[in-house]
Design a protein around this ligand. Structure first.
Ligand code: SF4
Length: 363
C-alpha cells in the first residue's frame, strides 16, 4: 500500500481535475461503460461517477439480489451545500438496490480533523444541522448512527485497527499530519469496515461512494482489511466528481462560502450567488450568438448536470447553449429558479426534521 507516491490531501478544498494522472498513479480503474446500463441514475448516466475499486463484487450482488454493505458518512466543517447532496443521492441509490445501510454522522471525525471546529459542543451542533438536511434529502433515520454514540464494539475495533498501521505508513499516504487527523482517519477505516464484523452484518462486499480526494482513506482501509486478521471482504469504492464551486478552480466547499450554495442559504442569497457564477459565455452578445457558449466549463450548467433530473431538458440546454440560442443571463435565471424552488421545498422539510436530528445526535 505505502509505496512513495504523490500525496492527495483528503482535508483540502482543492478540486482534483487531472483524473488520468490520479488513475495511473494510484491504480484506480475508470468506471466501466457497460455497467452504467445496469445502474440507472443520473450520476452514472452523466459520467459523474468516474472510477472504481473492485465495484464488480457489489454489482454481482446487486444483480443476484443479494445484500451488500452500503456505508458512507458526512464530516463537514460547515453546513451542507449542494456538493454534499451527491453523497446522499448515491447512498439512497445503493439502499434501493439492496444495501445494508450505515450512514455515519461523523461528529468526532469533524471535531478531530477540521481546524474550524473548536469544541465537541460545536461539532454536535453542526452534526444536528447537517443531519436535518440529510434527512430532508431522503436519508432514512433508521440507517443513521452518530460516531460519538456508537456502541463499544465499534471503538474496540477502531483501537484494533490503529495497531495495524505504523507512523511511516501514515506519512507515506498523508504526509505529516497531526494526531487529530490520524484519529479521524482511523475512525473512518472503522466506519467502513465495522459493518462486516460478526456483531453487525458479517462478511459481505461493501460499497462506499467518495470523491477522488478521499482515495488515501480508501487505500489504507483496503490495505488494513487484508491484514487485520478478521475474515472480511476488502471494501469496494466508487469515485464521483466533486461539484465545483461557483467560481473557477476549487470544489464546492464549506470553507469557501461565497462559491457554495448551502442548503440553508437564504433564497435571495442563493440567487445572488448563482447570478454571479462563472459561466462558459462569450465576451459579447454577438459572439455568444455567433459562436455559442461552452457548457463544459460553465458552473451554471454544472449545477444542472449534478441535480436536474430531466435528461431531455438538460440535453436541450446543452445544445442550445452550444448553438448560441441561450444568453447566460437568462440561463442563470432559469437555473436560479430551479435552485430556489428546490431550496424552498427542502428547507420546509429540513425544519420538520430538526427534532429528529437532535434526538439522534444527543439521545
Ligand atoms: Fe452556461 Fe447557460 Fe451561458 Fe451556456 S448559456 S455558458 S450553459 S450560463
Amino acid at each position: 500500500m505505502t509505496e512513495n507516491k504523490p500525496l492527495i490531501d483528503p482535508w483540502s478544498s482543492n478540486n482534483i481535475t487531472d483524473y488520468e494522472h490520479i488513475f495511473k498513479e494510484f491504480g484506480l480503474k475508470p468506471f466501466n461503460e457497460e455497467w452504467k446500463k445496469d445502474l440507472n441514475h443520473i450520476l452514472f448516466r452523466r459520467n459523474l461517477v468516474i472510477a472504481e475499486r473492485d465495484f464488480i463484487k457489489v454489482l454481482v450482488r446487486i444483480k443476484a439480489k443479494k445484500p451488500f454493505v452500503n456505508i458512507t458518512g458526512i464530516a463537514s466543517s460547515g453546513p451542507l451545500h449542494f456538493g454534499h447532496k451527491v453523497d446522499i443521492d448515491l447512498f439512497r441509490f445503493f439502499k434501493e438496490r439492496g444495501g445494508r445501510n450505515y450512514f455515519a454522522v461523523s461528529d468526532i471525525d469533524a471535531y478531530c480533523s477540521r481546524d474550524k471546529i473548536l469544541t465537541m459542543k460545536q461539532a454536535k451542533e453542526l452534526a444536528v444541522n447537517n443531519l436535518k438536511h440529510a434527512l430532508a434529502l431522503g436519508l432514512d433515520e433508521k440507517d443513521v448512527y452518530v460516531q460519538s454514540r456508537k456502541e463499544q464494539r465499534y471503538y474496540e475495533f477502531a483501537f484494533e485497527l490503529s495497531k495495524k498501521i505504523t507512523n511511516n505508513e501514515f506519512e507515506a499516504v498523508y504526509g505529516h499530519v497531526n494526531l487529530g487527523k490520524i484519529s479521524a482517519a482511523i475512525l473512518q477505516y472503522g466506519d467502513i469496515l465495522h459493518p462486516q464484523l460478526s456483531e453487525f452484518e458479517g462478511k459481505m462486499p461493501s460499497i462506499t461512494g467518495i470523491g477522488l480526494d478521499q482515495d488515501p482513506h480508501a487505500r489504507v482501509t483496503r490495505d488494513v482489511a487484508q491484514r487485520l486478521g478478521y475474515d472480511i471482504e476488502v471494501p469496494s469504492f466508487i469515485y464521483f466528481k466533486h461539484q465545483s464551486g461557483l467560481r473557477e478552480g476549487k470544489k464546492m466547499s464549506s470553507s469557501e462560502p461565497n462559491t457554495a450554495i448551502f442548503l440553508d442559504d437564504n433564497l435571495k442569497e442563493a440567487e445572488k450567488k448563482l447570478m454571479s457564477a462563472f459561466t462558459g459565455g462569450r465576451n459579447t452578445l454577438e459572439e455568444q450568438k455567433k459562436l455559442g457558449g461552452n457548457p463544459n466549463i460553465c458552473k451554471v450548467y454544472e449545477m444542472l448536470k449534478f441535480h436536474y433530473e430531466d435528461d431531455k431538458e438538460l440535453g436541450r440546454i446543452y445544445s442550445e447553449c452550444r448553438q448560441g440560442k441561450w444568453l447566460c443571463g437568462e440561463c442563470k435565471k432559469y437555473c436560479a429558479n430551479f435552485v430556489i424552488k428546490f431550496l424552498e421545498k427542502h428547507q420546509k422539510e429540513a425544519e420538520k426534521k430538526q427534532k429528529t436530528a437532535e434526538k439522534i445526535v444527543y439521545g
